[in-house]
Design a protein around this ligand. Structure first.
Ligand SMILES: Cc1cc2nc3c(=O)[nH]c(=O)nc-3n(C[C@H](O)[C@H](O)[C@H](O)COP(=O)(O)OP(=O)(O)OC[C@H]3O[C@@H](n4cnc5c(N)ncnc54)[C@H](O)[C@@H]3O)c2cc1C
Length: 462
């Protein structure tokens, strides 16, 4: 089953090889046409973190629905590339990419149904200030606003807050181009199970050209950070800590039996506001803005210290216009059912001697249950244990199976867009709706036009 880097993890080896090639053969020839289209200024096309060099540079950029249809009809194999923030090869293609980067307009805000519809290439960084200027907000955001809405929802990207579903739970409608070039519209209201199967679509069903999201009246938030929360307090008061604010993030390096930082984001509203006291379960209120990795400058982080600000400048940890997180890094994340949160955290803590040398920081977040088939929170509230790693894939690839083994009793589900070594058989076991998802994908894409190595391996079992 899972024994480090074996034949089962062939895609990881493939990626490793590409990373190697990237580092030691930077002068490789690139066809002239793709050099113009590649986004990285003449370099080979890579993901955001630079740990993955994609398997082709051939990339179309669509500017209209008709163009998307033409490209889809013309190609036997095609992969939509969002903002390239996934750490694994979920977005990779050996054949041809399609970018909707130029299709980034807000189409309409419907105040009556409380929804916004935007084109498939829009990012949260573009959408959120616009929504706010019109008096509206989204329910939650990830740690960074730089990512595309369609890519984030397709991979069940999430923020934090035990009452907040992942970002895909805000989707109420989708327009997509299926493999035949047909326009298919799905809505939460009219398409029931099909819709719930399609939203976290892993890029397998078609090209999302429009996405409709639930909105609510704009709100203000405050963010407080506390330092050094003892692990014993976390163990005894986990539920109280998680329910203390709208969004709670715990950061730890697993050293010294403590959470290094606790980030509490609360809405500035009657009954919702968090009243900061000098101490929080033994942790001390920070006296300056902090980065989750305390040694790094907080310049790229959203405002803290209780300063009120718009929702979209407090829900993410990182500010638009700056490099988020650490930059040169890898990421992995596991979802465990909420009822096993403390046990799972303690299981990872026992691995601290192995984990810490390779870790930049861990983040622990809570997410509400949802009805979306391929969401890791399908019908169960979860806690996520996230790892931002130093960019040392050979070391991290050996460590992941160790962590996954410890978390296996809790049926831990890896984040679809981050690095994992969980076997396809295990994924099948923990995603009960996988067979229905395969059937739904096959309906919209019978020949596997949108499939790639990642989907073939992890979902379609080829
Ligand atoms: C610094 C950093 C911080 C992060 N923080 C978080 C976090 O807080 N929470 C979290 O859950 N994740 C987080 N992530 C992971 C990231 O948000 C997700 O992996 C997300 O998918 C990135 O979106 P993208 O557009 O960059 O996706 P890509 O990597 O470009 O694509 C992902 C998938 O979406 C598909 N796709 C993209 N656009 C479309 C479309 N229009 N139609 C059909 N399919 C499409 C692609 O084909 C691919 O399968 C973080 C990543 C980074 C680098």
């Amino acid at each position: 089953m899972r024994s480090g880097v074996n034949s089962d993890t062939a895609w990881i080896l493939a990626m490793n090889k590409r990373t190697f090639i990237k580092l030691f053969a930077a002068a490789m020839a690139i066809p002239a046409f793709s050099r113009v289209l590649a986004w990285a200024g003449g370099e080979r096309l890579k993901n955001w973190a630079g740990n993955l060099e994609y398997s082709t540079d051939r990339l179309y950029t669509a500017t209209s629905l008709e163009q998307v249809q033409d490209y889809v009809k013309k190609e036997n194999k095609l992969k939509v590339l969002g903002t390239r923030h996934c750490f694994n090869n979920i977005a990779d293609s050996k054949d041809r990419f399609l970018s909707l980067k130029a299709m980034d307009e807000v189409i309409a805000i419907d105040a009556a149904t409380h929804t916004v519809t935007a084109e498939g290439g829009i990012t949260y960084g573009q959408l959120c200030p616009y929504l706010d200027s019109k008096g509206f907000a989204l329910h939650n955001l990830a740690s960074l606003p730089h990512i595309s809405v369609a890519g984030a929802c397709s991979t069940a990207t999430h923020g934090s807050g035990e009452k907040n579903g992942n970002l895909a739970t805000a989707v109420s409608g989708l327009e997509m181009i299926t493999a035949s070039g047909e326009v298919v519209k799905l809505s939460r209201e009219h398409d029931g199970e099909t819709f719930r199967g399609a939203v976290v679509g892993l890029g397998a069903l078609g090209v999302i050209t429009k996405i409709t999201l639930d909105i609510q009246p704009r709100f203000l938030m405050r963010q407080y950070v506390y330092e050094n929360l003892p692990l014993s307090e976390l163990k005894d008061h986990f539920d109280a800590i998680e329910s203390s604010a709208y969004s709670v993030s715990l950061f730890t390096d697993w050293q010294k039996q403590r959470m290094n930082e606790v980030w509490l984001k609360s809405r500035v509203e009657e009954g919702q506001a968090f009243h900061a006291t000098p101490e929080f379960f033994g942790a001390k209120l920070a006296t300056r803005n902090l980065h989750p990795i305390a040694e790094l400058s907080a310049e790229n982080c959203t405002e803290q210290m209780g300063v009120p600000g718009p929702w979209y400048e407090r829900l993410p940890h990182f500010r638009m216009g700056f490099t988020p997180s650490a930059g040169k890094e890898l990421q992995s994340e596991y979802f465990v059912p909420r009822q096993h949160a403390v046990e799972a955290i303690l299981a990872v803590e026992r691995l601290r001697e192995q984990v810490s040398p390779h870790l930049l920081i861990t983040e622990i977040r809570a997410i509400a249950a949802d009805p979306l088939w391929m969401s890791p929170c399908y019908e169960q509230p979860c806690v996520t244990i996230h790892f931002t790693w130093k960019q040392d894939w050979p070391a991290v690839s050996k460590l992941l199976p160790v962590i996954e083994k410890e978390l296996a009793p809790f049926q831990a589900r890896p984040h679809w867009g981050k690095l994992f070594t969980t076997s396809p058989a295990e994924l099948k076991g923990i995603y009960k709706k996988m067979p229905e998802f395969v059937e739904l994908s096959t309906k919209y894409d019978p020949q596997g036009k949108f499939r790639n190595e990642y989907l073939d391996r992890n979902v379609f079992g080829n």
